[in-house]
Design a protein. Structure first.
Length: 144
């Protein structure tokens, strides 16, 4: 008889250890999202796997393996693939799928303005040599 254990996902708190299953779930989810992003860009680029391999200086077997299924790619591999396909680079943001509290913070040059009651987050990025870039993202919030 096979017995399976069921657990629910919950946000980290205090010094409690995060269950390995929870970490595995988010790792797999992240790999799948990155893989989907790369495949969409590859299809959009219109180039062949052989052309991509030549651009990267890799064998077609390596590129075929990368594009064949989600993998634990390095950030350098992700960057190389996107740039070689179309001159693209990945964009990043932080999300709180388990309902982490929102607050007003400044992190690495980003002013993030949110409130516990709002479902919209405004991020302003600035650089002394360029005008500010403002991004607004709307998130679904869990009902209390």
């Amino acid at each position: 008889m096979r017995i399976s254990q069921t657990s629910s996902l919950s946000k980290p708190s205090g010094a409690d250890r995060i269950p390995e299953g929870t970490l595995g779930y988010f790792r797999a989810r992240n790999r799948h999202r990155v893989y989907s992003l790369v495949l969409r860009e590859f299809k959009r680029s219109g180039i062949s796997q052989a052309d991509l391999a030549r651009r990267l200086g890799k064998g077609t077997d390596v590129v075929c393996r990368w594009l064949g299924s989600p993998g634990n790619w390095t950030l350098d591999t992700l960057s190389d693939l996107l740039f070689a396909m179309s001159g693209a680079e990945a964009g990043y943001s932080v999300q709180y799928p388990l309902g982490a509290a929102l607050s007003e913070k400044a992190i690495d040059g980003d002013a993030v303005t949110t409130s516990a009651h709002a479902s919209t987050r405004v991020v302003e990025r600035w650089n002394e040599n360029a005008p500010p870039v403002v991004t607004t993202k709307t998130f679904l919030q869990k009902a209390a």
